[in-house]
Write a protein that binds this ligand. Structure first.
Ligand SMILES: NC(=O)c1ccc[n+]([C@@H]2O[C@H](COP(=O)([O-])OP(=O)(O)OC[C@H]3O[C@@H](n4cnc5c(N)ncnc54)[C@H](OP(=O)(O)O)[C@@H]3O)[C@@H](O)[C@H]2O)c1
Length: 248
């Protein structure tokens, strides 16, 4: 018996990178998946790579009409939703937090935090609680402390860690809610942080390399599965040992 046989999972922002790796892992362990992203063609191609167990719906994660389309599809075609991965996250601005354009700050919170709340609300309405469901929010190491350069993104990811705790507390015992906080994972999203100097950046991590999407997919699958049946409200840091700091 595979861990996700008979389960339906919804993963936002999954046409590539971490979201796609999570979808691949869940399908390999028996799940059916619904994946989303904005651009239709890459999303369609990603679903084709995942095979018959995958469906896709294109749209912006912070667009209520897109969310409504996803959940009406789930209600039409499936008995209910078991697993939700709030993977979407944006970081359109760089620089000190005091210099962030307020409109950009609001957009980051809208997608990264309010979005996760809204997807969760709709997932609960789609039967997550009745089916003893599980949720994982994809936060970031940037949400666990100051993050120079990507400061307001860090604020949003810190909010997502706290939202994880609030939801875990409100939805227990029916639904478990956890998060992951990865450091640099080799995807398009993080490329600017290591492009052209990967060996130098990798040297900051005791495990001697940057992360890859599969390094996140494994812990996410664990948290979603019954192997984590007595874990809720927690955030697993996935950072190649990067937060190991000698004291003194
Ligand atoms: N890579 C890292 O180092 C790292 C570290 C910590 C946390 N994270 C988090 O991991 C998550 C995934 O990032 P990634 O590194 O896998 O990025 P990625 O490889 O660039 O993939 C991003 C995915 O999100 C989709 N997307 C982007 N904006 C969207 C929106 N507004 N609505 C719906 N879909 C959207 C993209 O497709 P379209 O462009 O077609 O929409 C794509 O499928 C994010 O929450 C990010 O904050 C990443």
């Amino acid at each position: 018996m595979r861990r996700f046989d008979g389960k339906l999972a919804l993963i936002t922002a999954a046409s590539r990178g971490i979201g796609f790796a999570i979808a691949e892992r869940l399908v390999a362990e028996g799940a059916r998946v619904v994946i989303t992203a904005r651009k239709e063609e890459p999303l369609r191609a990603a679903a084709a790579r995942l095979g018959d167990a995958a469906e896709w719906v294109a749209g912006r994660a912070d667009d209520p009409e897109h969310r409504a389309e996803v959940f009406s599809r789930i209600r039409e075609r499936h008995a209910g939703l078991d697993l939700l991965v709030n993977n979407v996250g944006i970081n359109p601005v760089y620089g000190p937090v005091l210099e962030v354009d307020p409109a950009a700050a609001r957009k980051i919170l809208e997608v990264n935090v309010v979005g996760a709340l809204e997807w969760t609300r709709d997932a609960v309405a789609a039967g997550l609680a009745e089916r003893q469901g599980s949720i994982v929010n994809v936060s970031s190491i940037a949400g666990t402390g100051p993050s120079p350069g990507i400061a307001f993104y860090g604020v949003s990811k810190a909010a997502l860690i706290n939202l994880t705790q609030q939801l875990a507390s409100e939805l227990a015992p029916a639904v478990r809610v956890n998060a992951v906080a990865p450091a640099i994972i080799k995807t398009d999203f993080a490329k600017a942080l290591y492009d052209g100097r990967e060996a130098e950046v990798a040297a900051q991590f005791p495990l001697g390399r940057l992360g890859v999407p599969a390094d996140v997919a494994g812990p996410v699958a664990f948290l979603l599965s019954d192997d984590a049946a007595w874990i809720t409200g927690r955030t697993i840091v996935i950072d190649g040992g990067g937060s190991l700091r000698p004291i003194g």
